[in-house]
Design a protein around this ligand. Structure first.
Ligand code: TYM
Length: 333
């Protein structure tokens, strides 16, 4: 059976981008067809300036939302990264396989490091932000993962995990499965509604352009109705020239299972396109929000799922990490 692994970082409230780019497929496809693990990657949330209490709160919230979205612990394994030591154990070994040049070439590192430096006015960037993709590779490789379902922004990191797996196997003998990224057919990169040339990212500050999974229906409507488009009159799907409209068409298509090109022919004005998109998003989020409310009333259930998930994950990862330790030359304990 295909082994699937993916993760989500508790650095902010989860967004529509996370849902359409990743979580929905985990629920609808991956957990049903594969042997799948989904992880709240809390160690990754420590790579930028953070408040410990907020990370704890967001980790709990992310886990609760994954279950609310429909991840079923009977079908898949849901856990928190820091509960399974194997991630950090393998990460160090993979740091001995990766190079600093590879790390510095990562687009997300360049963007985030520039943002952190700007925020701290020329200040420092945490070393863990540079080595982040190695920890992500360890997350993936520890489980013998075949497929990594992610949005577009993570494909470079998955490529790195592939490169490191191949390099390790060549140097030290076949140990790791070489994973591949899988992406959704539409909405692999949901854009910020106010800045449609930038990704809708949960750690960004620009609230009005980001639809959060827990936004009230009226807030969702307001954000979508105020989405930046352009001054052209017809509704045309063109990602380069008309990014705002293309983003709305992709969101609508992803909500209703259509295709953005076809949908562009259905609309004559931006107003109706926005209205329908807003309603489609509200309806998409409604059941997730209802289930989230129920689960918040039962924190012991969520904790139990995470405890069992960590135990299962540990059992799966330990043999792989042990064999990587042996292959690279460490004495068995
Ligand atoms: P994160 O937490 O930023 O995002 C979680 C998932 O959501 C996708 N995503 C999007 N998809 C479409 N449009 C968007 N605007 C959008 N924003 C986010 C991401 O592509 C991702 O699939 N480094 C990862 C977390 C991670 C991981 C892993 C993922 C750590 N270890 C191992 C897979 C496997 C991250 O920061 O995702």
């Amino acid at each position: 059976m295909t082994r699937v692994f993916s993760g989500i970082k508790p650095t902010g409230h989860l967004t529509l981008g996370n849902y359409l780019g990743a979580i929905r497929r985990w629920v609808d496809v991956d957990q049903r067809q594969s042997d799948a693990l989904f992880c709240v990657v809390d160690l990754h949330a420590l790579t930028v300036d953070h408040d410990p209490a907020r990370v704890r709160r967001l980790s709990r919230q992310a886990a609760t939302l994954l279950l609310a979205a429909g991840l079923d612990p009977k079908l898949c394994t849901v856990f928190v990264q820091s509960h399974v030591d194997e991630h950090a154990r393998l990460s160090y070994v993979m740091e001995c396989v990766a190079t600093d040049g590879e790390m510095r070439r990562m687009v997300q590192y360049k963007e985030k490091a520039a943002r952190e430096r700007e925020r701290e006015r020329g200040g420092s960037v945490r070393l863990s932000l540079l080595t982040y993709p190695v920890l992500m590779a360890a997350d993936i490789l520890a489980y013998g993962t075949d497929e990594v379902p992610v949005g577009d922004d993570q494909t470079q990191h998955v490529e790195l995990a592939r490169d490191l797996a191949v390099r390790f196997n060549q140097r030290y003998g076949h140990t790791f499965v070489v994973p591949r990224a899988t992406r959704p057919a539409v909405a692999a990169r949901v854009m910020n509604l106010q800045e449609p040339t930038s990704k809708m990212g949960k750690s960004d500050d620009s609230g009005p352009g980001i639809v959060y999974l827990l936004d009230e229906p009226d807030v969702v409507r307001k954000k979508v109705m105020r989405a930046v488009t352009d001054s052209a009159a017809e509704v045309v799907y063109d990602r380069e020239a008309r990014p705002g409209v293309a983003n709305l068409l992709e969101i609508l298509a992803a909500c209703g299972g259509g295709n953005p090109e076809d949908l562009s022919g259905v609309y004559e004005s931006y107003g109706t396109l926005k209205k329908d998109t807003a309603e489609a998003v509200v309806e998409l989020l409604r059941p997730v929000q209802e289930r989230h409310k129920e689960l918040c009333a039962d924190p012991a259930y969520v904790e139990g799922v995470l405890r069992d998930g960590a135990e299962k994950a540990r059992e799966m990862a330990k043999p792989m990490v042990d064999s990587a330790y042996r292959a690279i030359g460490l004495l068995p304990a």
